[in-house]
Design a protein. Structure first.
Length: 343
């Protein structure tokens, strides 16, 4: 018996820059703003990636955050095997960020004003190779070009979202874009609002402009992948997400969107791998990933593990919009899988 792999229609629920969480229509979101403590205590997290000149992951890279005013070391970490890093509890302010491997380094400025600031660092030459120009960090475009007035509107929009004042946030984003129309972060936030209103084509227009303005802003690619998934343009979604993942390697949302896109392409093996990566990074109670895993396992004819995933999902979502379809699939599986447990 063949089972068609359904792909969930996804809506972003946003707390921009510090939490992106997507939930299919009908899924109850236990954390309406992404499951993050929304209290603003005057400090944030810096996360991002360090990549080589061809976009390759580099090993043994040390990332330092230094006070811009006196060059004092504030914090340091080593990048993870996937090229990503995160540094917690950085007080709001302007910092120098430096990535070093041996005698080769790249640096830039990072302005911490919100709960999460994303940075993409690129070495102009791979560590161990000679360089006559030195490394040059590529940080988000708003760090280098965006006027302070536009930044102020954007940060206020973040604060409005943290208080669940979505309409106020929309107005502030409109003001930010009136000051600087090429503001990648603001364009991406406006795109996510469009996705929430089920307007993926409008979102894609904003996201393409965001990417054109700052092609190192990983969240724009992730949102683009979501929009393309909503339109069932799965090949395009995979391309967007493959570009975004190296820029935001710790983003569970990117892995989740990629698992959905691959499911739509009936690439069940890769879909399952990306869903597994999602589980490693996502909040523990993010149940939609179990539904994606279930359909990928069905496509691979691994029916008994698929049953477990469906049961896991239904235990958390007994009455959601997609629960009836999940329950029907589970019933069909039990009818064809020998020795399936009777519930």
């Amino acid at each position: 018996m063949r089972f068609r792999a359904a792909v969930l229609t996804l809506t972003f629920i946003l707390t921009f820059r510090f939490a992106w969480a997507q939930f299919p229509p009908g899924f109850e979101n236990p954390h309406p703003l992404g499951g993050v403590n929304m209290r603003d205590d005057g400090s944030g997290r810096i996360s991002g990636s360090v990549l080589g000149p061809q976009g390759q992951v580099l090993q043994d890279i040390r990332v330092e955050i230094r006070d811009e005013s006196n060059d004092h070391l504030v914090a340091s970490v080593y990048v993870m095997p996937n090229g990503g890093f995160e540094i917690l509890n950085i007080p709001y302010g302007l910092y120098k960020i430096v990535a070093t491997s041996g005698l080769v380094s790249t640096d830039g400025e990072v302005d911490v004003r919100g709960m999460e600031t994303q940075v993409a660092l690129h070495f102009s030459t791979a560590p161990g190779q000679a360089s006559t120009t030195g490394g040059q960090a590529m940080v988000s475009v708003h760090q280098l070009e965006v006027p302070d007035k536009a930044k102020s509107y954007f940060y206020k929009a973040e604060q409005a979202l943290s208080r669940n004042k979505v309409e106020q946030a929309k107005d502030l984003i409109a003001k930010a874009l009136s000051v600087f129309p090429r503001y990648a972060q603001a364009l991406t936030m406006r795109a996510v609002f469009a996705l929430q209103s089920h307007q993926p084509q409008q979102a894609i227009t904003d996201l393409q402009q965001a990417i054109d303005s700052d092609n190192n802003y990983g969240l724009a690619y992730i949102a683009m992948g979501s929009a393309l998934n909503m339109m069932s343009k799965f090949d395009d979604a995979v391309r967007a997400l493959d570009r975004g993942l190296p820029l935001a390697p710790n983003s569970w949302q990117a892995h989740f969107e990629l698992s959905r896109a691959l499911l739509g392409k009936n690439d069940f093996d890769r879909s399952l791998k990306e869903a597994n990566a999602t589980i490693q990074l996502a909040p523990k109670d993010y149940s939609p990933v179990h539904l994606v895993r279930a359909y990928a396992l069905v496509g691979l004819k691994n029916y008994q593990p698929a049953e477990v995933e469906l049961e896991h999902y239904l235990a958390s979502n007994p009455t959601g919009k997609d629960s009836d379809a999940a329950r029907s699939t589970l019933s069909r599986l039990r009818s064809v899988v020998p020795n399936s447990a009777s519930k």
